[in-house]
Every structure is written in C-alpha cells, then in structure tokens.
Ligand binder design. Structure first.
Ligand code: PMP
Ligand code: GLN
Length: 460
C-alpha cells in the first residue's frame, strides 16, 4: 500500500503542491519555487560562529561512549535539600508557583540573592533593580554583552576564556581584543598561579573604543584565581579608560586555599562599573537547571533588563522558587563547615589532588588549579612518536586532534584548551588537554586506570 502511494507522494513534494486558500474552497495549483540560498542564509551577524565545541564534543561522547571528563558537570549528587526543594515546590498548595513569575526574576529568588551578595560586598543591593535572573550564566552574559556593546565597540577578553564570550561580542557588532594570561617564564610549581597578565600588554589593549572587559575568576579552563592585586590593576585601567567590567564568577565557591575569591565589584569605585555573573548550575551542582543571575548598579542592570524582556522575558518559576529556598538554607548555615559553599571546595580539593597525581604518574604535566573544577595538563610530555594524530580532525590544532585520539584509542574524553583562545593565540592552548574533576571517585579511579594503560602502551 505504502509502496503504491510513494510515487504519488514524491510527485506532490517535487513538482506541484496544492494549498487551500482560507477564504476559498477551491484548490489552486502552485509551482514549487526554488528557495533562494542567499535570502534564507544565516544572518551576517552570526557568520563565523557556526561551530561550537560543546556541540562537537558532546556528539563525540555520544558516539564513542568514553569515560567523559569533558563537559563540566558533576556525575554524582548535589545537596539533598536542593532536589528535595523541587519536590516540595511541586507539592506546594500554591499552584501559582507553576505559572509565570516576575520577568526580571522571581521575587523570593532576587531577594535572597540581594541579601547574599549584599552581605558579601558590605552594601545594600536592591533586589528589584540591581539583580536580574536569566537562563543560566549564558543568559546573563548575553544580557550584559548585548545590553552594552554597540557596533565598533572594543571588548577586552582575557584568554583563555569561556568560549561564548567571543561570539556574543561579535553578534553585538563589537570587536574582541584578546589579552592572554601567560605562564611566567621559568615557573617551577605547575600551579595556575604561575599564569598572569603582562601589565604592559593589558594596558596596551585599552584604548578610546574600549567599552568593556570580560573577566573570569576562577578561570575556566585554567583554574586561575585572580589575586586582589591583579584585580586592582584591572580596576585601575577600567577607571582610567571609563570601561565596564563583566565579571564571570560562576565558580566563586570552588576556591582552594591559600587562594581567595575576591569580587572585583567590591573594590573601591568598581560597583558602579561592574556586572557580576553567577550560575545555579555551578553553585549547587545542578547544571541542568540553567538558571543564572547578574548583579550590579541599577543603571547597568536596566540595560540588561531591556535585552532580557525582549528575548526570554521570564525564566522557569518552580526552579527559581526551589533555588531561592536552597539559597535561604545555605545562608542560614553560612560560615559553618556544613554550608555547601564551604564543603564543596573541600570535597573538590581531594579530587583535584588525586587527578593531579594520576596525570603526573602517566607522564602528563598538570597545571594544578587554584579554583573551579577543571585541570589542564600538558600532554606533549608523552611520547609523541606513539601518538598518530593524522586520522583525526585535520586542520585543527593538535590538542583538538589529541582529544579525538584519546577517545578513539583509550575511551577517555577531555576538552581541547585551544577552544578557549582566539584564532591568533590558539597555539597557547595546543599543548594541553582539559579534564573535569567534579566526578564520582569511582570514575576518577577509572580514569587513573585508563591512563596507566596509556603509559604502558607508550613503553611497548
Ligand atoms: N561561564 C563559565 C566560566 C562557565 O564555565 C559556564 C559553564 N557553566 C558558564 C559561564 C555558563 O553557565 P550556565 O550553565 O549557568 O549557563
Ligand atoms: N561550563 C561547562 C564547561 O566548561 C559546560 C559548558 C557547556 O555545556 N556549554 O565544560
């Protein structure tokens, strides 16, 4: 039956089709027009942003089912009260918790965010004009960048950088100006603290067209935590050149002593020119929630509100309610060892040190992070003669190709750090691979086992 119908169906789709005019009962034949490829092509502002490392490497993981230490997400539990909070909201007799909430952020959530960050910065934050909730930190970064960058504006991006900053600046018509963190020559410790900005290079990046600098501390993928002195130097340049600072602090609670998280918004005179971005996914180990926020002075948050109201308008109500309850719970424990903001870093410290050990044992050279949950390791200290990259991702930087090689030969996945650099500086990331260590200890042990085998295969 189907076989008999197929030629007719093919005819319908290929040559002539019939549409019913809404006002007429008659069927009118229409010739199928050839769609003009130019008219319906990707808008110019998105050209050059077509590829995306997350899309590519999540697909690689789906196809090959490696042990995945690539994309950053925990593969074990988050605090019990966080998921229980969602169940409680669903059982709440207030059915309005399932309906639209305030577009700029659910009142209970913006209130607790204002209280938390107001306390940390020692200032009063207005929950309704100085906090904006969006769809993940991505949404907040989008609001901050699209809400301030005009065509022709320059935006300084410190490298390595979370990859979405560059396309967002370009989509806004801005021009990214990249300034890399460089490893101090002769650095002996193998710590992310050895990476710093060259003060002269940073200063030279500021000019009359500079609108904004984007900062990420703790940094993804390097794990560097900017010191107060480094932030003061950036702040001084922002003042001198009248520049905004977007500070992406999604890993603010994952900082390993003696490093300390310093909020640039808290430095003298910086509140007025800083937008700080946070993420529920990172704060509570629930990356699938995709809720984020930004806080800053009302004048800047207003510009972000305009972008937000014209794109997403409002975010998921029940999750915002549950997130607010989770924050309230942690606020009541603040400063105590059982507060998740304290215990998370402790839990991660042991995982970090374990990973650093097994990467070293297998012959790589890790850069031990001061914060976050990623570690980059120099893989070129392995015997490169034993690593044939030629079948994989031709034309891409070597670290990109090495990720494919490792997946195909050893079923272990990382992320190539060159993806966190501009085209002009990709070589700075090429010797490294990024691994995520917010993983179940059993999986970290599996990674250790895989890398032991890799080492053995190198000596065959
Ligand atoms: N900034 C950085 C530095 C990140 O690593 C991520 C990934 N979580 C984001 C922003 C985006 O966060 P979210 O998942 O909340 O959108
Ligand atoms: N921030 C996470 C990472 O760096 C996830 C990024 C993403 O999924 N887009 O791995």
């Amino acid at each position: 039956m189907l076989r008999r119908l197929l030629p007719q169906l093919r005819n319908l789709t290929q040559s002539t089709c019939f549409v019913t005019a809404p006002t007429s009962a008659t069927l009118r034949p229409l010739s199928t027009t050839v769609m003009s490829s130019d008219k319906f092509s990707l808008p110019q502002r998105y050209k050059g942003t077509e590829t995306n490392i997350w899309v590519e490497f999540i697909q690689l993981a789906l196809e090959n089912k490696p042990l995945n230490l690539g994309q950053g997400f925990p593969d074990y539990g988050c605090p019990k009260h966080v998921t229980q909070g969602v169940a409680d909201v669903m059982a709440d007799p207030n059915l309005l918790l399932n309906q639209y909430t305030r577009g700029y952020g659910h009142p209970r959530l913006v209130n607790v965010l204002a209280k938390l960050y107001g306390g940390l910065l020692g200032r009063t934050i207005d929950p309704f004009s100085e906090v904006l909730v969006s769809q993940g930190a991505y949404g907040s970064l989008y609001n901050a960048i699209l809400g301030h960058v005009n065509p022709g504006d320059e935006v300084i991006i410190i490298e390595p950088f979370f990859d979405c900053y560059e396309p967002m600046v370009r989509i806004a018509g801005g021009r990214p100006v990249f300034v890399p963190l460089r490893r101090r020559p002769g650095a002996a410790t193998g710590s992310s603290a050895d990476w710093a900005l060259d003060p002269a290079e940073l200063e030279a990046a500021f000019g009359p067209r500079t609108k904004m600098i984007v900062l990420n501390t703790p940094n993804n993928p390097l794990g560097k935590v900017f010191t107060r002195a480094e932030l003061e130097a950036i702040a001084e340049l922002c003042h001198r050149h009248d520049v905004l600072c977007v500070s992406d602090e999604v890993y603010e609670w994952m900082v390993f002593a003696p490093a300390e998280h310093v909020r640039i918004a808290g430095l003298p005179g910086m509140w007025e020119r800083t937008i700080t971005v946070g993420s529920a996914g990172k704060t509570f180990s629930v990356t699938g929630w995709k809720l984020g926020w930004a806080y800053g002075p009302a004048s800047l948050v207003r510009n972000m509100q305009v972008v937000h109201q014209n794109t997403l308008y409002a975010c998921n109500t029940p999750l915002q309610e549950a997130l607010a309850r989770s924050f309230e719970h942690e606020l009541s424990l603040m400063g105590q060892p059982e507060c998740y903001f304290t215990s998370l870093a402790e839990e991660l410290l042991a995982k970090r040190d374990f990973m650093a050990r097994f990467l070293t044992d297998c012959g790589m050279t890790p850069i031990v992070p001061e914060g976050g949950y990623f570690m980059i390791a120099d893989w070129t200290s392995l015997d490169k003669k034993k690593i044939d990259l030629s079948p994989y991702a031709p034309g891409k930087p070597d670290d990109h190709r090495f990720v494919y090689w490792l997946v195909h030969h050893h079923k272990l996945q990382g992320i190539p750090p060159s993806s966190f650099y501009s085209d002009e500086h990709k070589s700075l990331g090429e010797n490294y691979i990024r691994f995520c260590f917010i993983k179940d200890d059993k999986n970290l042990e599996k990674a250790e086992g895989i890398l032991k085998q890799l080492k053995e295969s190198m000596s065959d």
